[in-house]
Design a binder for this molecule. Sequence first.
Ligand code: ADP
Length: 162
Amino acid sequence: MKNSLAIYPGTFDPITLGHLDIIERAVSIFDEVVVSVGQNIGKQPLFTVDERIDMIKKTTAHMDNVRISYFDGLIVDYARKIGAKAMIRGLRAMSDFEFEFQMALVNRTLYPELVQVFLMPHEAYTHLNSTIVREVSSFGGDITSFVTPHVAEVLHAKFHKE
Ligand code: ADP
């Protein structure tokens, strides 16, 4: 796609190597990828939006076609507003499929022109999610194979120094 902008929405509480894997795949297809941090009604995040954005910035600093933003409300409305042609989602194990399928159909009804792209991470990350990372870190476990060293430090500070 030429001059294509894709949006990659999520909670990113915090960003993991699985998220990074998806972003790296997305930037190889699209000219620009906007990683967008959203509020999630069902979730009470550990990190503030600013903290999450800062961790994403540091994690993606090596890629110059990544932008980071915040959105609230419907993701399709935000995608339309910024002129995104595509929306990226990561697909891990089968467990993601049911939810993603449902969301995709709803989003397609709301905004049919938005192409939804599902990317699979490296198999090392197919069972990784932010909840597991937070839990392991809260009990003092080693999370260095799941997040960047910077994110590991921020998590450690959150749970063990405050
Ligand atoms: P989580 O499900 O970990 O709370 P997010 O809400 O931040 O994550 O997820 C944003 C998007 O990133 C979703 O499409 C989700 O499926 C995807 N994603 C999350 N973790 C991974 C991973 N380890 N590998 C691939 N995609 C992932």
